[in-house]
Design a protein around this ligand. Structure first.
Ligand SMILES: *Cc1c(COP(=O)(O)O)cnc(C)c1O
Length: 360
């Protein structure tokens, strides 16, 4: 039998989560974010599901957008980081890629480049993230120049991005929203602010376009529970299998650097998945895994191709038994917390070595 590792993708869950997003903001247009290879799920796997249901898709850069077009996706695609050179505007106009304008260089290229057809633009304003976007005092000038730019077509959407919308008790999102309101009060055209946490947790951020990513893959961006995340269904299930079982005497250690020591006579299962397969190396002793649906704690350091699990308290574990590293009964964000990171990173870093297996 082949090595059992798979990242199983439940496409019905993708559709369910997108329907949930729409239901939370029924008046809004929906832009599904599929950057970074669809958060590791496979950009085409997810774009093929989203395209018929979404108003637009979003990626980080033009290479990602071209992959989708080459794969037959005809939906408009926004380049969230805009273009990196004027030449890319020509491709964007040919391929119906929408471009983010977030600095003067973008505006200059747009005004100065000869294009085969005008392009659709979004204007990004920095309301507090301080990463990308034009300054609040520049917004009116950019909006005016874009409005009259002959290389631009369609609606001019004004947008911003939240820094801490996943933390519902922090004041920053309210402050960003207030600033966005005051900046856009005199600007015509649609507005957009909400990522997943904005959509789920901040109804006043919905405006005209929502831009969910992470939640569409079935994961909650919040650390605490939230009523709007209850019905999300995880899309990715990372599975492997038990390939070895042994007894380890009290006082013996397991794995590299011997960083786990048996406190009692223990049974250790070796599972054929490691950091080379997308399981985080920094997952600490005690990180839960599911073996035959039962939780068991990681025992010993994660290797490149294997992990070791303390199954002393489990019944009847056998060679070949299925192991689930994250999925339906074990949220990826819970595993991520044991590795000092977030679920976004774990799905996004899933390597090509782990086959994606799609089920409908
Ligand atoms: C990645 C991204 C999103 C989606 O964020 P999630 O937290 O995954 O929902 C939305 N807008 C912009 C500008 C982004 O870069």
């Amino acid at each position: 039998m082949a090595r059992a590792n798979q990242a199983r993708l439940d496409l019905a869950a993708l559709r369910h989560n997108l329907a949930h997003a729409r239901q939370l903001a029924p008046e809004c247009k929906v832009m599904c974010v599929v950057k970074a290879n669809g958060y590791g799920h496979g950009a085409l796997n997810v774009a093929r599901v989203f395209a018929p249901m979404a108003d637009a898709l979003a990626v980080a850069c033009i290479e990602e957008a071209i992959e989708l077009r080459d794969g037959g996706i005809e939906t408009p695609i926004l380049l969230l980081q805009g273009v990196f050179e004027a030449q890319e505007l020509i491709i964007a106009s040919q391929q119906n890629f929408w471009v983010m304008v977030d600095n003067r260089q973008h505006l200059y290229w747009l005004e100065q480049t000869r294009l085969p057809a005008p392009v659709t633009c979004w204007l990004k304003i920095d309301t507090g993230m301080h990463r990308l976007g034009v300054q609040p005092e520049e917004a009116a000038e950019f909006h005016q120049r874009l409005s009259s730019c002959e290389n631009r077509t369609g609606e001019l959407v004004t947008c911003t991005h939240f820094a801490s919308a996943d933390e519902l008790d922090k004041p920053q999102t309210t402050e960003q929203l207030a600033l966005f309101e005051s900046i856009t009060a005199d600007l015509s055209g649609p507005r957009s602010a909400a990522n997943s946490s904005g959509l789920l947790g901040w109804p006043s951020s919905h405006y005209d376009w929502i831009r969910p990513g992470y939640m569409l893959y079935g994961n909650s961006p919040f650390t605490a529970t939230h009523p709007n995340t209850d019905t999300l269904r995880p899309v990715m299930t990372l599975c492997s299998a038990v390939i070895s079982i042994r007894n380890v005497a009290s006082g013996e250690s397991v794995g590299y650097a011997a960083n786990w020591t048996a406190q009692r006579p223990s049974r250790i299962a070796t599972v054929s998945i490691g950091y080379g397969d997308g399981y985080p190396r920094l997952a600490a002793n005690g990180t839960p895994v599911l073996i035959n649906g039962q939780r068991a704690p990681l025992a010993g350091r994660v290797s490149m191709d294997m992990i070791t699990v303390d199954i002393t308290d489990l019944d009847d574990v056998k060679l070949g038994d299925q192991v689930i590293l994250w999925g339906e009964e074990l949220p990826v964000s819970e595993v991520a917390a044991h590795a000092g990171t977030i679920g976004y990173e774990l799905t996004t870093r899933m390597p090509a070595r782990t086959p994606r297996v799609v089920t409908d």
